[in-house]
Write a protein that binds this ligand. Structure first.
Ligand code: ADP
Ligand code: MG
Ligand code: MG
Length: 268
């Protein structure tokens, strides 16, 4: 057991709350993998420790073509390393930054794969709770989407209501902001709606000061869509970003929606 000595660091891929994610290469096989290193000294609270254990437990349980694979966990006295399948094309957030906007056919291909990943999570009683463009990774050809970062996800029992506030404010569903009990699947749909709006518009649909305008705008659920978005796209966004969770469209409804049936461009 060579542990972390079996990998050679190449470069930093991203920085997170508890440490960094690096591109590393296996000394033995030359295989490239992503290593999420968590600094134990940054895990001050009991809660933070649980969060990391939770992320590991959930990743071990999920096996799906659009969800990142956890290959190995290496623990030392000072660090915890999650060895993950390396996704080599960057995040959808990075793509958006470089292109300004994502066209509707491409956004549709991304959403199809996200729906597959999230549907699989929900069927396995996992609610992701941190769906956002930084956590959607693409391969180099931009054909395959991989969902990452299960640090805020939760396993729920059937019918169970959740209460705690989690996630990134701009992507948070109104029922979470209102401090109400909420159901996992519904809040994931809201965040997918924010993600889709962001891809098509090139910026977040709800923005502003976290405790002021932002909160009010999300709870009101009003947003302005630019003219270039198709009628089908506008309708789907309104159904995903419906403030009343019980009236919000579900995964099945999204798959049946006219926008998902628009002809997608050739991915090649
Ligand atoms: P955090 O929970 O701190 O947000 P993430 O798991 O989202 O940590 O990782 C942070 C960033 O590192 C991601 O946004 C992404 O850019 C990069 N990253 C994470 N996992 C991988 C991976 N498997 N392959 C390539 N890049 C990754
Ligand atoms: Mg992340
Ligand atoms: Mg995280």
């Amino acid at each position: 057991n060579g542990g972390v000595a079996m990998y050679r660091q190449e470069r930093v891929l991203g920085k997170g709350a508890f440490g960094v994610v690096s591109l590393v290469r296996s000394v033995l096989t030359g295989e490239a993998v992503a290593m999420k290193t968590i600094d134990r000294s940054k895990l001050h609270s009991e809660n933070a420790k649980k969060t990391v254990e939770h992320e590991i437990r959930i990743l071990k349980r999920l096996k799906h073509g659009n969800i990142v694979r956890l290959l190995e966990v290496i623990e030392t006295s000072r660090t915890i390393h999650l060895v993950l399948e390396y996704i080599d094309g960057g995040s959808v957030q990075q793509l958006l930054k470089s292109q300004g906007k994502i066209d509707e056919p491409k956004a549709q291909r991304i959403l199809w794969q996200l729906l597959d990943a999230v549907d699989y999570c929900h069927q396995n009683y996992v609610c992701h709770r941190d769906l956002k463009l930084e956590n959607f990774m693409l391969d180099r050809s931009h054909r395959r989407l991989t969902l990452i970062d299960f640090g805020l996800s939760v396993i729920w029992r059937a019918g169970q209501q959740l209460f705690k506030s989690y996630g990134t404010p701009c992507y948070m569903a109104p029922e979470i902001l209102r401090g109400q009990h909420y159901s996992g699947p519904n809040v994931d749909i809201w965040s997918l709606g924010v993600s889709l709006a962001c891809m098509l518009m090139g910026h977040l649909p709800f923005n502003g000061h976290v405790d002021g305008e932002l909160k009010r705008r999300i709870m009101r659920g009003t947003f302005v869509l630019p003219d270039h978005i198709s009628d089908e796209g506008r309708d789907l966004l309104r159904q995903m970003l419906t403030t009343k969770p019980e009236l919000r469209i579900g995964i099945h409804g999204i798959r049946q929606h006219a926008w998902m049936r628009l002809p997608a461009s050739d991915p090649s």
